[in-house]
Design a protein around this ligand. Sequence first.
Ligand code: XMP
Length: 319
Amino acid sequence: RWTTGNIIEDAIARVQTRVGAERVVLGLSGGVDSSVVAALLRHAIGEQLTCVFVDTGLLRLHEGDQVMATFAEHMGVRVIRVDAEERFLRALQGVADPEDKRKIIGRLFVEIFDEEAAKIEDARWLAQGTIYPDVIESAGSKTGKAHVIKSHHNVGGLPETMKLQLVEPLRELFKDEVRQIGLELGLPYEMVYRHPFPGPGLGVRILGEVRKEYADLLRRADAVFIEELYRHDLYDKVSQAFAVFLPVKSVGVMGDGRRYDYVVALRAVETVDFMTARWAHLPYDFLDLVSRRIINEIPGISRVTYDISGKPPATIEWE
Ligand code: XMP
């Protein structure tokens, strides 16, 4: 019988045979797929694995620390954390067009990953969290929205001299199998069942120009929303939920004072395939609570709206 245990054993044996005693580099993003590859390779080849985690400054609240805690501290994986926030912000300065932002973020991400990977001596292999649906997708139409590291590294972003060979242990697996394996390998439930997060991160959830001030406000608002979804047992009932930063100011009153602050939109959708989606009919009391918390706790945000647009025509992300 084909069980999760078999799949893991089989994948471990195959990786061991393929890479032998050579060193492997993995780009760890904090997403499900690369996390499961990290856990799997840790079991298969131990110290031969080095992960590179690029903190773009466009991640969610405490995300970088969580990745380090899970992999470096708990699992003993060697992770090189690159704090690249300033580089990303500089590259994005003055750029408002969504596709331009995506290109800039994707390119810089690959550039930084390559710089770090090139420093890892004797690396011979590049591990990737490609899963079966990615294989099918890249064989068909190109939407250009695949996770940056997957789409870009396949086109050979790494320096010629490195000549890394690819190892993709999840290539034949579906998402639910990948999740099962992740749990079995000891990854936290919340990591394995986390909503998808786009490669460009908050870069496409801050409308228009990306600024640190905006990213910091957005991170906090998003964290309140997600925290309350968990607390009310709603997180797993929606397919994706997040906050979006609107760089417009709106008037509010607080106590005796007047506020003139930014607006965030909350987005939560239910979908099976992410091609079409229904906005999640979250309870009004719940939305009320989230809105109050965001406005009370985050100076700089004075208004919260809820996005009630379906896909199509509205996309899930705002950019
Ligand atoms: P849209 O906004 O197109 O999103 O309805 C559908 C799904 O794709 C994700 N998404 C992205 N993922 N890079 C990614 O890796 C991107 O540039 C990107 N844009 C959208 C989105 O979060 C949703 O899950």
